[in-house]
Design a protein around this ligand. Structure first.
Ligand code: F6P
Length: 526
């Protein structure tokens, strides 16, 4: 047994789980009139109801003991102090600096990153404003009106998700598209109907080596030169966000169009940086600043709130409760908002690239489950797809319902439709929890299926910022509780290296099955 699974807090939770596993949440509500008030955190526009969980006051106490045992408060301090919490890469994780308005961050001598952050933010926002105002021209003097973001993973999912979430605020004359896939069809589809003379590409790549992005960047340049001529001035149709400014320069991107990244920001935590340029182009400086302010508000809460009233800590503890003690292998994210449709995909990278690990911080194999598989899509369409399994299937799947009460833009007609949507969200949480008895077993639903509900008044840039930072910190705390480093992603490298070997036709290092597939493909290609 590992230190963690043989620890007092862990063993106490395991014993307690056996004691309460058969209890139904409906009975817990009946026995405890204070449950609804106790299991809720109201934070300045974001309200978390976690009363529909298989926990009692005792469970809560034992989970908090696990948090104390894992030194969560110390780790929060370490995170914000710029300590090298990413121990396998010997780096701090300072994405909070990107949304900070502090004079100095972190507040540790010699570590302040704010001058660089402020400078980059100012340049990025000025560029976004110039684009929005039609003040950026391409080769032949036409104003840029189309922006195509070329990036993948953290250089795509965050801005893609946020730009969609804030589409009610989008500039009416700017067209924004995202291309991530190495599949040429992705870029081809994105370029449909665009005038090259009015199109700017943002090459977003922290490393400027990622094959998907570089392949798309080269194809984008070919598309431009085919239409506009092979002139070095085609570089006026490019901007880049990267740590590798030398490589971007070599690609031909002008220095004033280079926006920096830093090694202390993980890709999946980077939308607050210049990686968020598409968000600022679409929604404007004010919205981008409000997004940052929302993230900052969550940072302040995370640092200051006691563990038992701390939203990210609470959500992390619940996640570990189900995955480690109930054996729940997956969890679902269901935003009842088309604007938030990309949120589950974005959170998949945040959660699973961070905590999908098999060794602890010291490289020792773990004997407990780490990250659950995270999945989901927008409600209410999800109800007509997989809720059957949630309600009557054999898996235990904790759900996060994310519910804006009001539509982002509401006219008279939309109000009624929004009520329908919200009613459906609440109905699903209720159905999962209470279930329904029936004499016919096919019709009976056992209930006792856990869910959290995150309510917000309206999806604004600020509430979106709070929501994103909430999940970032939840993932961090989960890593602390499970004694793993959420800030590296070594596993991804293996596939990248093998892809290179396959593309270069170097089958030597590959297994017989893959070699046979390569041979078959080569034959088909003639
Ligand atoms: O998928 C692995 C990964 O390294 C992610 O962590 C990162 O967000 C993505 O690739 C893109 O990397 P880059 O921004 O360097 O192109």
């Amino acid at each position: 047994m590992s230190n963690l699974t043989s620890s007092p807090a862990w063993l106490a939770l395991a014993t307690h789980q056996r004691e309460i596993a058969s209890q139904h949440m409906s009975d817990l509500f009946a026995a405890d009139s204070g449950r609804i008030q106790r299991c809720a955190i109201d934070l300045d526009g974001l309200f978390l109801d976690y009363s529909k969980h298989r926990i009692t006051a005792e469970t809560h106490g034992l989970l908090l003991a696990l948090a104390q045992q894992a030194d969560v408060p110390v780790w929060i301090t370490r995170l914000f102090s710029g300590d090298k919490v990413n121990n396998t890469e010997a780096r701090p994780a300072l994405h909070m600096a990107l949304r900070s308005d502090a004079a100095l961050f972190p507040a540790a001598p010699g570590r302040d990153v704010m001058p660089a952050v402020r400078e980059a933010r100012g340049r990025m926002l000025a560029f976004a404003t110039a684009l929005r105002e039609g003040g950026v021209a391409g080769v032949n003097g036409k104003a840029i009106r189309n922006v195509v973001n070329l990036g993948v993973g953290g250089s795509d999912l965050g801005p893609r998700m946020a730009a969609r979430a804030l589409r009610a605020f989008a500039h009416p004359d700017m067209r924004l598209r995202f291309v991530a896939n190495a599949d040429p069809a992705d870029l081809d589809a994105a370029l449909q109907g665009l005038d090259p003379a009015e199109t700017l590409f943002i090459v977003a790549s922290k490393t400027f080596t990622t094959v998907e992005t570089m392949s798309n960047a080269h194809r984008a340049r070919a598309w431009l030169t085919a239409a506009l001529g092979d002139s070095p001035r085609v570089s006026s149709h490019f901007a880049a966000v990267t740590t590798a400014t030398d490589k971007a320069g070599a690609f031909g991107i002008a220095p004033e169009r280079l926006f920096p990244m830093w090694d202390w920001v993980g890709g999946r935590y980077s939308l607050w940086s210049s990686v968020g340029l598409p968000i600022a182009i679409a929604a404007g400086t004010q919205a981008f600043e409000a997004l940052l302010a929302g993230g900052r508000a969550m940072d302040d809460h995370f640092r200051a709130a006691p563990l038992d009233r701390n939203m990210p800590v609470t959500m992390a503890l619940l996640s570990v409760w189900y995955s480690a003690f109930f054996g729940a292998e997956t969890s679902a994210i269901l935003p009842y908002s088309e604007d938030l449709r990309e949120l589950p995909t974005y959170l998949q990278q945040l959660q699973m690239e961070s905590n999908g690990k098999r060794v602890n911080r010291n490289g020792i194999g773990v004997d407990y489950p780490t990250s659950p598989v995270l999945w989901g899509t927008a409600g209410s369409v999800s109800q007509h797809s997989f809720h059957q399994l949630l309600l009557q299937g054999t898996h235990l799947v904790p759900v996060d319902f994310i519910v804006p009460i009001h539509a982002a833009v509401s006219g008279a007609g939309e109000v009624e439709a929004q009520h329908t949507l919200v009613a459906n969200a609440l109905a699903q949480g209720a159905a999962l929890m209470t279930g329904a008895a029936a004499t016919d077993p096919h019709r009976s639903s056992p209930g006792n299926k856990p869910s959290s509900t995150l309510l917000m008044n309206r999806l604004t840039p600020r509430t979106l910022g709070m929501l994103i930072a909430l999940y970032e910190h939840k993932v961090f705390v989960e890593g602390v509780l499970l004694d793993i480093n959420p800030f590296d992603q070594w596993g991804v490298e293996l596939g990248k290296n093998l892809a290179k070997a396959i593309q270069n036709g170097e089958p030597g290092a590959l297994d017989p099955s893959t070699r046979a597939l390569m041979a078959r493909i080569a034959k088909s290609r003639g």
